[in-house]
Design a protein around this ligand. Sequence first.
Ligand SMILES: [Zn+2]
Length: 72
Amino acid sequence: MAQCLVCGGEKKPGTTIYSVDLGDGVVVMRSVPAQICSQCGEEWIENTTARTLEKSWNMPKRHHQVGVLAFS
Ligand SMILES: [Zn+2]
């Protein structure tokens, strides 16, 4: 069973909102799959998911101050 590294609670699969500041804009990604601690609420995003997120940053970076994407 996956354990939270912060409090030792149980991590459960869910989705979260993930944002990154690119310097010339901010990108917010919704519905990002993550493991969420049922005890303290800490969120853990898989490395493979994080890599997919990084690729997606390029799209709204061009013209928008703030971009909102849905992870899929
Ligand atoms: Zn926890």
